[in-house]
Design a protein around this ligand. Sequence first.
Ligand SMILES: [Zn+2]
Length: 516
Amino acid sequence: MSEDKHTHIAWLPDLLYTGGRFESGLALVSDRAGRITHLTRDVESIIAPPARIVRLAGRALLPGLVNAHSHAFQRVIRGRTERRSAAAHDSFWTWREMMYRAATRLTPEQIYDASRMAFLEMAASGITAVGEFHYLHHAPGGARYSDENELAKGVIRAARDVGLRIALLRVAYARAGWNTPPNERQARFIERDAAKFLKGTETLRDDLAREASNNAHTQGDVGADDANLKSAWVGVAPHSVRAVPLEYLREVCAFAAAHDVMPVHMHVAEQPAEVAACLAEHGRTPVALLADENLLSDRFTAVHAVHITPDEARLLAKASAHVCACPTTERNLGDGIVPADLLFDAGVRVSLGTDSHTQVDLLEDARELEYHLRLQKLERAVLAPPPQGETGAHAEETTTADQTAHAADTDSDSLSSLAARLFDCATTRGATSIGATGGGELAVGSPADFFTVALNDLSIAGASVEALLPSIVFSLVRTAVRDVVVGGRRIIEDGQHRERDEIIERFTDLQRELWR
Ligand SMILES: [Zn+2]
């Protein structure tokens, strides 16, 4: 891109998101290393030529969305599971059998192509970083590749080729389940031995570090080894209590604790059957087991946490653990509803993921976090913080409905407080969960990762400055996303990615080949 040759770029939209609200007249300045150096109303006095000003007329600029839970290859089964199977009752488990049909067959090249397709769709929807929960390690049938991280590296390459940052959350998968015979369809995931799994993880980490330092050397990258400017890093992901025995789990968590900023992600309480099996094996639910074993921490993210109790929400909060909700997938699979109200009340940080990629639109996940609770409780604004001045749950009984409505209409903070909470889930919370230091916010020193939306898009046109964030969170459609910038580099311009046609063509060929 032409921006690359300039030392600084000043991005000047009509409106810029400054946390909970938008302001006009502000420019975001990024340097060559891809970091935000200024947020200023006085661009001219700060940067001199060869700096460049990029006017983003008619656009609002927001921090990049962070997708905290993805299985990129599952993009290939989109549209292929919305039917009844031979089973009497379709569920997550019958869906999983259909998903395994793809997982057992994909070649390394096909995994790269499918991942690139998923990441392209993410980029086009404003996502700038992804946590990829990666469990395809071996060849079809379970034979080892000469490089044990061959597939992980292909997925990382796909993210980089599209331009996204990626946390490769390398999955530990030891068994089909407690007292469950091996399932040959899981042969590509299995790493029975914790020591082997950890060695593979360490090798991937070292390989990425070596590559980053080589790139910095050959390209003269400024600050490429800064933690908050990394394009790819490694985390660990014990798949679930079902798939990983306790001793193995302890070793994986101990390994992560011994390494700085290594996120730990795990599917937790997605399905009632998983909770029941954990009770049968350990006499405790998954969250209680993790808490008793001291395995929850501020680097731990429980993905889903659908079937949990208020006490378990408090256990997660006490350990400063995160939860990643994936509402578009959870509704598709019939998993249930994430009790985000319990989690918010307890103080748990909630992030969002597009998971199975039935739909790739993180703002849809954000609004569904709230909408599912509305349907369940027959209430509105379930996750909104109480209006300022109200202290108790029944404070509204002391005012008339008219007074309450009027106060909410005129107070811009109250107008956008629910949207701001949900937007935080899609940005800062996700960044912390996947270890993207400084990501998800527009602050000096943070990576210059952001997206813009067209203010005249049909889905948000006419929104006042105060109503813009709620309009974006509850109503934006993806066509409104115009620019996506990662590390100061524009990967989507006017809604288009440079490689778009080639990525789609290769993916279309792959689908034809895979499902013929
Ligand atoms: Zn998942």
